[in-house]
Design a protein around this ligand. Structure first.
Ligand SMILES: [Fe+2]
Ligand SMILES: [Fe+2]
Length: 159
């Protein structure tokens, strides 16, 4: 049986999510390397951890797409940006996570309509993780506002 990347509405939704995860992997990996380059070892580790979490998400999505008889689409790449300042990096991360949350909510509805509770359950667990990431990012933005850039960054030097 030939695998189809277009496939059912559920496979399409999962591939849409996969595209966002691939962008997140790259964006956070670059954020991590930039932070390390500027000497912010702690922040570099946090972004690196985030990048690897997104890779786990991408793997889970790919496995599920294959299980459903679809073909994971790794060809479609979203453009991504990294910020020139740490604040901007976090703002872009927040936008990205909010996009993922919105897509996940829509994909859960699609899976439920297609009577696919297995996929819906997997996506719900992913949604909790992404919401936790949004919360972490908002926390960092809050700290930056409270402490100011310099004091915040002074806490990010040591790993
Ligand atoms: Fe993710
Ligand atoms: Fe995420």
């Amino acid at each position: 049986m030939a695998l189809k990347s277009s496939g059912t509405p559920v496979v399409k939704a999962l591939n849409g999510l996969l595209t966002t995860e691939l962008r997140a992997i790259n964006q956070y990996f670059l954020d991590s390397k930039l932070a390390a380059h500027h000497g912010f070892e702690h922040l570099a580790e946090e972004f690196r951890k985030a990048s690897f979490e997104e890779m786990n998400d991408a793997e889970e999505l790919m496995d599920r797409i294959l299980l459903l008889g679809g073909l994971p689409n790794l060809q479609r790449v979203d453009a991504f940006a990294t910020g020139e300042s740490i604040t901007e990096q976090f703002q872009l991360a927040k936008e990205l996570e909010e996009k993922a949350v919105g897509q996940l909510k829509a994909a859960i509805v699609t899976a439920e309509k297609a009577a696919d509770p297995g996929t819906a359950t997997m996506l719900r667990e992913m949604l909790l993780e992404e919401e936790r990431q949004v919360d972490w990012i908002e926390g960092q933005l809050g700290l930056i506002t409270t402490l100011g850039d310099t004091a915040y960054l002074a806490q990010q030097i040591r790993s």
